[in-house]
Write a protein that binds this ligand. Sequence first.
Ligand SMILES: [Ca+2]
Ligand SMILES: [Ca+2]
Ligand SMILES: [Ca+2]
Ligand SMILES: [Ca+2]
Length: 271
Amino acid sequence: MCVLLLALAACDSNDEVPDPNRDTVAPQITITSPIADDTYLAIGLVIIRATATDGEGIKEMRLFLEDRAGKRIPIDVQDDGREITAKERNINQVIQPGVAASGLYKLVVEAEDHYQNVSSRSVEINLITEDLAQLNFYTAFTTTGWFELADGNQDDLNLSDFNLAFYTILNRNSWDYNIEPDFVNTFGMDFGGHLQLWTTLDTNKNEYLEYSEFEQGMEDLNFFERWDIDKNELISENELTDGVGALWDENNDKEVTADEFKEKIMKYFLP
Ligand SMILES: [Ca+2]
Ligand SMILES: [Ca+2]
Ligand SMILES: [Ca+2]
Ligand SMILES: [Ca+2]
């Protein structure tokens, strides 16, 4: 009987007396992508990179897209593979915002520790839902989010990132290494009018595109060197846009019209 009373008393006092070890400090959050005020197509890609740290461990990270009225759309956070007690957790994922209306949105990151301390940080981005045909080529191209994905937020593409980004364009099913000859031929026509590009690339004629063949083919196409206007051996987003634009300007009037770019942007630079 006495034991039972003691147990009850211990239980009561546990509820009433604050735990001196209780963690009262909320996690700290840093968002490195997207950059505030960047503009993206609603049907394009937005990379989200955020880190939360907490002296006692992070229980959960949450992600929302919030419109101007404060309405929140939750976004599934991909597990970063760390222990639930980890003192640092990360968000590193690509989303397609898919909102219905253009405007300023907040990307909100929340982190909660094991003592219900919650902190929140946000970054504002512009999302545009216009049909691609309503945009000029530069805006349409740069707001796809493709370049940020390709450059890993490094601002410019070096030769190996550049090649990898174009390999990813050609390798449409990222889960295999199978590149379709027909798609390569279409790409060849769309990027400079090259007939039967596949035959040129598959030099050992095994009907398979080895990466070395692809690299040699890219060197022969000479995009990187030609587009690198300032010759710093890096391709900036402007250089890429100008380079692609020059190839797609079918009537050579130095303008890329929606008719010239719309279908191709969808095919090569949007998911
Ligand atoms: Ca804490
Ligand atoms: Ca081959
Ligand atoms: Ca350059
Ligand atoms: Ca034109």
